[in-house]
Design a protein around this ligand. Structure first.
Ligand code: IPM
Ligand code: MN
Length: 365
């Protein structure tokens, strides 16, 4: 597999280095040769090339089997207009690659029971998947801008039936392989886009009789996520609601640093941890690389079509946590094995390789 690696800003390069290590080590065991090529994006690209998404980066991404991204964004650029900021590099990349379904799984991890501020009885058993529409809504709707004459800023929420249709089908397909339930989240009591969302999703549900569909309003869903999260299986929602709800769902796993994501449906799949560039801890070798490493598992699963390689990576993560190793974000109160980004990465790689070797040997026999 030819993978374009975009480390980006802040902790991006640190977590990406560990993820790539796991990718290469585990790939080797399953006979998946990995070729990686690094390119610039975000603030790093603005500094080196004057633009957050250089053409060279786009060309490389276009010509690869998948793109792996660390994080973008930096407070240095806080005063810039939205169209000049590092984030525009990521949004432009998402649009160019065409992936419209952003998968963000959140699973409660028994070993991390002490890391969540929530009471364990609330979140134990949680295993949900947010399917976030990634190319529409307020993020991309036109017109947008600032009108100096009226001193008004404006963004446009716009959704077409086809955009809703295609992402809804991804959610229903994935639900078939899980607990068989889709919760569609909208604000249909207020927004026209949400009314269209709701009727379109209900229509599509008829093609998936084995999947149960329910509708939630986004405010109510936000509350249910932290009061009774185990009721959810697949949560299907539009771009901005999905952005917000996925950060909230991170609390269920112990830390935002744990959450992976995959963006599928376009020309080239894109993998990135859900967390941002975390400038406050960048360059200190303390960031949690497990969200990035779990994104490698998703890469093996969706692009590499290797469920065994994906499982090996996930087993590696489980094992490292069961052994008690913790980065600061998940350390809790009684942690005796506080490790750095690099140590966590090499431990996860070693356990993933052990698990991969075991599963490879098992299948070979
Ligand atoms: C995310 C991030 C991005 C988003 C930003 C960095 C543009 O918050 O991937 O969730 O809002 O989609
Ligand atoms: Mn976000």
């Amino acid at each position: 597999m030819k993978i374009t690696v975009l480390p980006g800003d802040g902790v991006g390069p640190e977590v990406t280095r560990e993820a790539v290590r796991v990718l290469i080590d585990v790939g080797a065991i399953f006979g998946i040769a990995i070729e990686t090529e690094e390119h610039l994006i975000g603030g790093a690209a603005i500094k080196a090339a004057g633009t957050p998404l250089p053409d060279e980066t786009l060309r490389a991404c276009d010509d690869s089997d998948a793109v792996f991204l660390g994080a973008v964004g930096s407070p240095e650029f806080d005063d810039l207009l939205p169209e000049q900021r590092p984030e525009i590099g990521l949004l432009g990349l998402r649009r160019a690659l065409g992936g419209f379904a952003n998968l963000r799984p959140a699973k409660a991890i028994p070993a991390l029971i002490d890391s969540s501020p929530l009471r364990p009885e609330i979140f134990i058993g949680t295993d949900l998947l947010i399917v976030r529409e990634l190319l529409g809504g307020l993020y991309f709707g036109e017109p947008r801008g600032f009108d100096p004459d009226s001193a008004e800023a404006f963004n446009t929420m716009r959704y077409g039936i086809d955009e809703i249709d295609r992402v809804a089908r991804v959610a229903f397909e994935l639900a078939k392989g899980r607990k068989g339930k889709v919760t569609s989240v909208d604000k249909a009591n207020v927004l026209e886009t949400s009314r269209l969302w709701r009727t379109t999703v209900s229509e599509i549900a008829k093609d998936y009789p084995s999947v149960e569909l329910e509708h939630f309003l986004v405010d109510s869903c936000a509350m249910h996520l932290v009061t009774n999260p185990s009721q959810f299986d697949v949560i299907l929602t539009e771009n901005l609601f999905g952005d917000i709800l996925s950060d909230e769902a991170a609390v269920l796993t112990g830390s935002l640093g744990m959450l992976p994501s995959a963006t599928i449906g376009g020309k080239v799949d894109l993998y990135e941890p859900v967390h941002g560039s975390a400038p406050g801890i960048a360059g200190q070798n303390v960031a949690n690389p497990l969200g990035a490493i779990a994104s490698v598992a998703m890469l093996f699963r969706h692009t590499g079509k290797s469920e065994s390689a994906a499982k090996a990576v996930e087993d590696g993560i489980t094992k490292v946590l069961e052994e008690g190793y913790r980065t600061v974000d998940i350390a809790g109160e009684n942690c005796h094995k506080l490790v750095s980004t690099l140590e966590m990465g090499s431990l996860a790689a070693r356990y993933a390789v052990d698990s991969a070797n075991f599963s490879y040997a098992y299948h070979a026999v």
